[in-house]
Design a protein around this ligand. Structure first.
Ligand SMILES: NC(=O)c1ccc[n+]([C@@H]2O[C@H](COP(=O)([O-])OP(=O)(O)OC[C@H]3O[C@@H](n4cnc5c(N)ncnc54)[C@H](O)[C@@H]3O)[C@@H](O)[C@H]2O)c1
Length: 265
């Protein structure tokens, strides 16, 4: 495993109670970061923070709803209260919903946009204000998705999710340009089919909709991955660790695929 020395840095990872966020929080902690594990679900956040602390890292769990400005500001404040600064924010919290766009109701649309898009904006604003005040740059790394670049297609009806993830890519590009002069590098990762509870949910819902066995939708999706295996949360965490490191110090407003070859561009 490559090592990126992040000793002494302070990071926040949202949606870090499970799945990809958990892997990112653990990886950044192993690189030397003190990590705030933020999640809507306080109990899972506490488990991940305990895992990190048991491994010799330093972590705190916070209950945070990224759709609330007050919660986003509080997350940054409680992190700097504890460790004095903030260097890295990973906007990872996200939700999915299966429905054709024709059948997407307003509540589903609003939920996708609130968590996946507005959550990224609010947490980034809170973090960037702190980083600007500190005056020594920082990193904001957004977890978008392949669905932020291409339409998932008729067989995988994730239209509202895709719209919200396209918004994450747009926020990354624009904020990357706005914050570059402060040395705050905003970049984004687009993963493929990652083995987490989110894809289990997508598989179950599409399977029910199409009347096919549970597991078969995921199996078929993975069959289309050039590297021939499902993606692990750690595959995403590896790229996030790189984007947080000195080696990525000339990258701003960019979007990186880590999808086993699934994404063409
Ligand atoms: N699983 C995939 O195949 C895949 C692929 C590409 C991108 N992604 C993206 O990666 C991120 C993580 O996905 P995952 O598969 O680990 O999902 P997951 O459902 O396993 O975990 C998401 C976490 O986010 C938390 N969360 C949800 N709403 C929140 C809110 N309002 N505030 C704070 N936390 C909240 C949940 O409690 C959960 O712990 C998401 O943004 C997702 O869209 C996932």
């Amino acid at each position: 495993m490559p090592r990126y020395e992040l000793e002494g840095q302070v990071a926040i990872v949202t949606g870090a109670g499970r799945g990809i966020g958990r892997a990112i929080a653990r990886r950044l902690a192993r690189e030397g970061c003190r990590v705030t594990v933020a999640d809507l679900d306080e109990a899972t956040a506490a488990v991940v923070a305990a895992e990190i602390n048991q491994e010799g890292g330093e972590s705190q769990a916070l209950a945070v709803d990224v759709t609330s400005k007050e919660a986003a500001d509080g997350m940054v404040r409680r992190t700097t209260d504890r460790w004095g600064s903030l260097n890295i924010l990973v906007n990872n919290a996200g939700i999915g919903a299966v429905a054709t766009l024709l059948d997407t109701d307003e509540a589903t649309w609003d939920a996708m946009m609130n968590v996946n898009a507005k959550g990224v904006l609010l947490c980034s604003q809170a973090a960037a204000r702190q980083m600007i005040e500190q005056g020594n740059g920082g990193r904001i790394i957004n977890n978008a998705s392949g669905a932020g670049k291409i339409a998932p297609g008729k067989a995988v009806p994730l239209g509202a999710y895709a719209a919200s993830k396209h918004a994450v890519v747009a926020v990354t590009k624009q904020m990357g340009l706005e914050l570059a002069e402060h040395g705050i590098l905003v970049n984004c990762v687009c993963a493929g089919i990652v083995d987490t509870p989110m894809w289990d949910l997508i598989d179950r819902e599409i399977a029910t909709m199409q009347g096919v066995p549970v597991g078969s939708v995921k199996e078929q999706a993975v069959a289309g991955v050039p590297l021939g295996r499902i993606q692990q949360p750690e595959d995403v965490a590896n790229v996030v660790a790189f984007l947080a490191s000195d080696d990525a110090s000339y990258m701003a407003g960019q979007t990186y695929n880590v999808s086993g070859g699934l994404l063409p561009y």
